[in-house]
Ligand binder design. Structure first.
Ligand code: SF4
Length: 195
């Protein structure tokens, strides 16, 4: 639940009412959520605030990272209300920025591979994965490379491989990836940000 600073006082009142209602057997989970948010807000107030810019698209929204002064770890990232572009708002991608930090225990750290027709994922090392990707790209490209079109004009196209960019790729990585894809002659190139 997102709570604005403006709603802080009305929320405090809601918590007081909620505690009184608990004795009547009323569901207090929304009140607990408010309480959690309040303790997070207190942490945010005591934290070192560092501003940065979202790397995901050319809008360039401003972010505020709250860094715990004792552990030097980021524990919250939100839109920067003082930033002239986004004025505190973020799209879904920017709003999920915190999940990219080490605080997210579910982040993938190893390559996961599922063999053709298998229903199981296997952990692999990067050298193995890169070797396999390179092998498949080379073989597939050579099997379907189109040197000339129907009029006999030179086109040098790789029509049998498509490239789809990830939502967790930033502007600079996108630029490098699109150069690589075009260098291989790929023409079916797309990215999550366009969709
Ligand atoms: S990806 Fe979203 S939050 Fe990031 S700069 Fe673009 S619009 Fe802003």
């Amino acid at each position: 639940m997102e709570i604005t600073r403006r709603g802080f006082l009305s929320m405090t009142g809601a918590i007081g009412s909620g505690i009184a209602l608990s004795g009547l057997g009323i569901n207090l989970s929304p009140v607990k959520a408010y309480a959690d948010e309040l303790s997070k807000m207190n942490r945010v107030k005591a934290a070192k605030q560092v501003t940065t810019v979202c790397c995901y698209c050319s809008v360039g929204c401003g972010l505020v990272c709250s860094v715990d002064k004792l552990t030097s770890k980021i524990f919250n990232i939100e839109g920067d209300a003082d930033h002239p572009i986004n004025e505190g708002s973020l799209c879904a991608k920017g709003a999920g920025f915190f999940d990219l930090t080490e605080a997210n225990k579910h982040r993938l750290k190893k390559v996961l591979y599922r063999a053709p027709m298998s229903d199981k994922w296997e952990e692999k090392e990067w050298p193995w994965a890169l070797e396999r990707i390179a092998r498949l790209v080379k073989d597939t490209r050579e099997a379907g490379f189109v040197k000339t079109n129907a009029k006999g004009e030179v086109v040098n196209r790789c029509e049998n491989i498509g490239h789809l960019g990830s939502s967790n790729v930033d502007n600079e990585e996108c630029w490098l990836m699109s150069i690589k894809a075009r260098a291989l002659g790929m023409i079916y190139i797309d990215h999550q940000a366009r969709v």
